[in-house]
Design a binder for this molecule. Structure first.
Ligand code: AP5
Ligand code: MG
Length: 209
């Protein structure tokens, strides 16, 4: 199944994707994670996007589209994928239509208060990317990942000023995709406010598995 996870920052897209990628037997492709890996590796892409991401702005469409086009051409994405964080603009959605067809777009519905609560407590493993939370999902040791022992840190773009910017950018550039995909009959709304086990039940029902 080819799925898009659409929603504001901190809605829980990455958390749900990690919980269901084995079930769906498809790769979880997060543009944000690809950019963060590039930043950590200090690659040319990483050096280009670091200040943009830290400020909560969007990377340019041309760079992002080329990245996803190449990623979706790889062997493991031929039977399906979960696209987490792409597309994020109408231009990206239109470009995607030229190289892939999508089965469903999952719209994570959550109020701003929920987003802020989740982002202000998020802690991420630098090595495997697992998302912890200081209240909802604490690592057993404060600064160490339960799964790979990597360092657990706070993302630079989770600082309050960047979060505000990300929400503004989401409203202006990404929210219009809700109507774009609803008109195509692809949109499925899910309530993203409950805990992840409950969301998973609603998600499975929504996609018919
Ligand atoms: P990206 O990494 O995609 O960030 P985002 O969309 O802002 O989304 P997040 O990763 O912040 O949130 P999420 O929905 O995955 O929530 P999570 O599961 O972590 O992008 C980062 C940046 O890269 C962008 O700002 C942009 O600059 C650039 N970029 C990326 N894609 C781009 C594109 N297509 N075009 C241009 N630029 C692009 O959950 C959040 C927290 O809540 C965690 O701590 C988690 O433990 C907790 N939590 C999650 N679910 C629950 C739950 N159900 N109950 C309780 N706690 C929960
Ligand atoms: Mg994420």
């Amino acid at each position: 199944m080819r799925l898009i996870f659409l929603g504001p920052p901190g809605a829980g897209k990455g958390t749900l994707a990690v919980r269901c990628k084995d079930l769906l037997k498809t790769p979880h492709i997060s543009t944000g994670a690809i950019f963060r890996d590039a930043i950590a590796a200090k690659s040319p892409l990483g050096l280009k996007v670091k200040s943009i991401i830290d400020a909560g702005k969007l990377v340019d469409d041309e760079t992002t589209i080329a990245l996803i086009k190449e990623r979706l051409s790889q062997e493991d994405a031929q039977k399906g994928y979960i696209l987490d964080g792409f597309p994020r603009t109408i231009a990206q959605a239109e470009a995607l239509e030229t190289f892939s067809t999508v089965d469903k777009v999952i719209n994570f519905d959550i109020p701003d208060s929920g987003v802020i609560e989740r982002l202000s407590g998020r802690r991420v493993c630098r090595k495997c990317g697992y998302n912890f939370h200081t209240v909802f999902n604490k690592p057993k040791k404060e600064d160490e990942c339960d799964f790979c022992g990597g360092e657990v840190y706070t993302r630079d773009d989770d600082k309050p000023s960047a979060v505000e910017k990300r929400l503004e950018v989401y409203r202006e550039q990404t929210q219009p995709l809700i109507d774009f995909y609803r008109k195509k009959g692809l949109l499925v709304d899910i309530d993203a406010s409950p805990m992840v086990d409950e969301i998973l039940v609603g998600f499975k029902k929504a996609i018919g598995i």
